[in-house]
Design a binder for this molecule. Sequence first.
Ligand code: NAD
Length: 389
Amino acid sequence: MNPTPVSPVTVGIVGAGFISDIYLANLTTRFDNVRVVAVADLSVERAEARAAKYGIAAMTVDDLFADLGIELVVNLTVPAAHADVAMRAVAAGKSVYNEKPLTATREQGQALLALARDNGVFVGGAPDTFLGGALQTARKLIDDGAVGRPIAVNAIMYTHGHESWHPDPGFYYQPGAGPMFDMGPYYVTALVSLLGPIVRVVSSTGVGFAERIISSEPKFGETIHVNTPTHIAATLDFANGAIATLTTSFDVYDTVHSRLTIHGAEGSLQLPDPNTFGGTVSLLQPAAFLSRRDPLSVGRTPDDRADPNRVAAPRWEDVPLTHGYTDNSRGIGVADLARAIRDGSPARASGELACHVLDVMHATLESSDQNRHIAIASTVDRPDGMPAS
Ligand SMILES: NC(=O)c1ccc[n+]([C@@H]2O[C@H](COP(=O)([O-])OP(=O)(O)OC[C@H]3O[C@@H](n4cnc5c(N)ncnc54)[C@H](O)[C@@H]3O)[C@@H](O)[C@H]2O)c1
C-alpha cells in the first residue's frame, strides 16, 4: 500500500523587499513540501509586484494573519520588525520562520519560543546556509574524524561596510545591526552546527570610523553617525572544549586568510564563506600524512620525487562535496521547517538554534562593555546533519 501523501505546508510571506525574490524563486519551484500562497508588505506596491511575478496573492498584513489557510509565515521584514511580526503570526496560530537575526533582544526571542510552545506551533530562523553542500560536507568530515578532536577555529568576516552599494545603509550602523548582528549569524550558526553550543564569550570592540559618508544612490553624500561597534574581536569557548576567534568588521577592507578554518588534533579544514551554500572545502591531514610517509606517498609531487633532498610536506587538498544544495538555496531552512511541521521531528534551522546564536552575539558586545567574560545561559543541541544526497 502506498503511504498517504503528505500535503504541502501553506506559506505566506511577510516582507516583499530585496531578499524576498530568492525566497520566492526557490520556494515556488524547488521544494514539494511547501506551497506559497500569498505575500504581504507594508508597501502594497511591493507586495503586488512580487505577487504578480510569482503568481500568488497580494494581501494586507492583517489579512494574511487572518487567513486560516496559511500555516507558516516566512518573515522577511527588516530586523526591527522581526519580533512583532513573528509574535503576531504565532498569536494567530501559525508557525513562523524569521530572517536573521531572530529578534532584536534575547527576551523577545525567548518570548517568541514560549508563545509558540503554548500555541503548539513551530519557530525557525535564518540563516540556512549551514544546510548547504559545503558546510554539510565539512560537518560530515568533522563527524567522521577527518581533523580529529576540534581544538581551534579562526573565523573572519571583513568588509568595509555597506554604504557604497546599499540604497539606505544607515541602519547598518545603529544598535541591533553592525557587523556582528548583520553577518555574525552566518558564522556563529555554522560553528554551532559544526561544533555544538557555545558556553562562554570574551571580546574587544571598537568603532573605526565615527562617521560614514554614503557613496551609493539615492543618498549619495549623506553622513551616517555610527552608534554601534563596527569592529568586534571575540573569543568563543565551545562546550566540546574548542576555542574560536571570531572577528567581524565593517572597518577593514579584506583578508588574505580563509574566512573559516577549523583546526583539530590531527588536521585542519578550510571552509568557504558561510554566507554561501557551496564553495571549496580543503583538508590538511598532517597526522595521516606522517603515518604513511614513504618516498612515493600521497602529498608528494613529481618535483618531490625527482629530488631526493626535497622534504615532502603535507598539502591542503580540495575535498569533493558530498552534499547537495551548493547554489543559492535560501529557503531550504523553510522547507526543512515544513518537514518538521508535518512529521513532528526537530527542525534544523530552529528557533532554539537562532535564539542561542542571538544570545552569543549579544555577549560579544557585552563582554567588551563590561570588561569580563560572559557565560552563555542558553544552549542547544547540534541540528541533525543533512542526508548526503
Ligand atoms: N539584503 C540582503 O542581502 C539580505 C541577505 C540575507 C538576509 N537578509 C535579511 O532579510 C531581511 C530583509 O532584508 P531586505 O534586504 O529584503 O530588506 P528590505 O528593506 O529590502 O525589505 C524589507 C521589507 O519589509 C517590509 N516591512 C518592514 N516592516 C514591516 C512590517 N512590520 N510588516 C510588513 N512588512 C514590513 C518593508 O516594507 C520592506 O519591503 C532582513 O532581516 C535582513 O537581515 C537580507
